[in-house]
Ligand binder design. Structure first.
Ligand code: AMP
Ligand code: GLY
Length: 419
């Protein structure tokens, strides 16, 4: 089989490594991939949002199955376009990807179907939003409606911060049209849990839970990032919480999408907060999380491609999905300065014995050498019987990877280990 994976980050690298385990796979193409992925797939220089070029490549190459991993192409309808050409895909169609593509849509869906989430108001007029903020409870949370490279959310600890967020999103159009509407919502407190799931629209199978570490610096300080490390499973996601999530959140969500004529097939990601009133949805993503995937897939015992194809065929009910016992930890190695300005072009050295643990996110090949090309450069994942061992091992491996101005958090997993 010829497989095509759209995207070019650490998440895609983890997906590709796992798909390669299937003996029926002859070749994997990554569009666009990256310098590290090039060791595991044929990288093709087509951007993840260039849907006409993706469809043309798939037709010319005789692709048998496609995995669309990032949010942008999913929201833009990449799966619809490939399916029209008869290419089966893993990922939701455009009308279902809206669950991530529009926060107004997802909040209204949750309200309509009684799915627990933060109370909220929607605004399309900045003046009305600013008036509302005069008496809104503080802290509050301001969210751009559309995709904003993961930066559209401001948790405002003061009224002034909230007002600034409204002005930046709606008046300065910091995120373009994604900010023509906003959601202002109740501030929730509690540990956060990420749950990725496989769903074919009827059946939903949660994967092992995980915990992201979004802030740049140790102790959850510093600016928000795309994620500086993950662990799985998440100790706050107890069996009781899992049961409550299945009954009040997971099943109601896929049923709601189906009832709306927006059947979701693919990986549905639940960003949850375990509040004193029970689990609530912070966000939905229509895709695998990054860097959650880098700890979840290494724990998947079942064959990923088989599970994905069962999702596409609407036969997930008949497909066993097993995770191994044990734990995983992924430490992200970033370029100093990230998420602000950072240097590129530093040569990366990865010892042979560490290579299988590395998922490359932001690196390019320059004259045959791997050099940094992004803020988050790579993730180092270890699995072990216990979380403590996985964390120790991930750091031991990370310490053997070198590039100039490399920085990483030293406390990934610490909070989880203290539970
Ligand atoms: P998102 O971009 O939707 O992943 O949101 C980024 C982060 O903002 C989340 O991981 C939470 O830590 C935080 N956040 C989002 N919504 C809320 C909320 N209603 N209350 C408190 N924190 C929130
Ligand atoms: N790690 C959060 C996300 O993928 O959106």
């Amino acid at each position: 089989m010829k497989i095509m994976v759209i995207g070019g980050g650490g998440r895609e690298h983890a997906i590709i490594r796992k798909i390669r385990e299937n003996p029926a796979v002859e070749e994997i193409y990554a569009l666009p991939g990256n310098g590290g992925i090039a060791g595991d797939a044929v990288c093709v220089n087509i951007g993840a949002k260039d849907i006409p070029a993706i469809v043309q490549f798939a037709g010319e190459t005789g692709i048998d199955y496609a995995v669309v991993a990032p949010d942008d192409p999913l929201v833009l309808g990449c799966v619809d376009a490939l399916e029209e050409k008869g290419i089966p895909c893993f990922g939701p169609r455009r009308n279902a990807a809206i669950i991530e593509g529009s926060k107004v849509f997802s909040k209204n869906l949750m309200k309509k179907y009684g799915i627990p989430t933060a109370a909220y108001e929607v605004f399309d007029d900045p003046q009305a939003a600013l008036r509302y903020l005069e008496s809104a409870p503080i802290p509050t949370v301001v969210k751009a409606d559309g995709l904003a490279l993961g930066k559209g959310v401001t948790v405002a600890m003061t009224r002034e911060e909230a007002r600034n967020a409204v002005r930046e999103i709606m008046e300065d159009r910091k995120f373009g049209d994604s900010g023509s509407r906003i959601v202002i919502e109740e501030y929730l407190e509690g540990p956060e849990v990420s749950v990725l799931s496989f769903t074919d629209g009827e059946t939903i199978v949660p994967m092992v839970s995980s915990m992201d570490h979004k802030r740049a610096l140790d102790g959850d300080l510093g600016p928000n990032t795309g994620g500086m490390g993950t662990i799985a499973p998440n100790p706050f996601y107890t069996e009781a919480v899992a049961g409550e999530c299945m009954e009040k959140i997971f099943l109601p969500t896929i049923r709601a999408m189906k009832a709306e004529g927006r059947e979701f097939r693919g990986c549905l990601y639940f960003g949850l907060m375990i509040t004193a009133d029970g689990p609530k949805v912070i966000e939905y993503n229509c895709r695998f999380g990054d860097p959650e995937t880098q700890v979840v897939l290494p724990l998947l015992e079942s064959d990923l491609l088989t599970v994905m194809q069962a999702v596409t065929a609407g036969k997930l009910k008949d497909c066993p999905v097993r995770f191994r016992n044990g734990a995983a930890c992924c430490v992200i190695l970033a370029s100093a300065g990230y998420p602000g300005k950072y240097d590129k072009g530093a040569e990366i050295t990865i010892p042979e014995s560490v290579r299988d643990h590395v998922y490359v996110a932001g690196a390019a090949l320059k004259e045959g050498r791997l050099v940094t090309s992004g803020g988050r450069v790579l993730g180092v994942t270890a699995t072990a019987d216990t979380l403590g061992e996985a964390v120790r091992e991930a750091y031991a491996l990370a310490g053997r990877v070198t590039f100039d101005n490399c920085f990483y958090r030293r406390d990934i997993g610490r909070r989880a280990l203290s539970v």
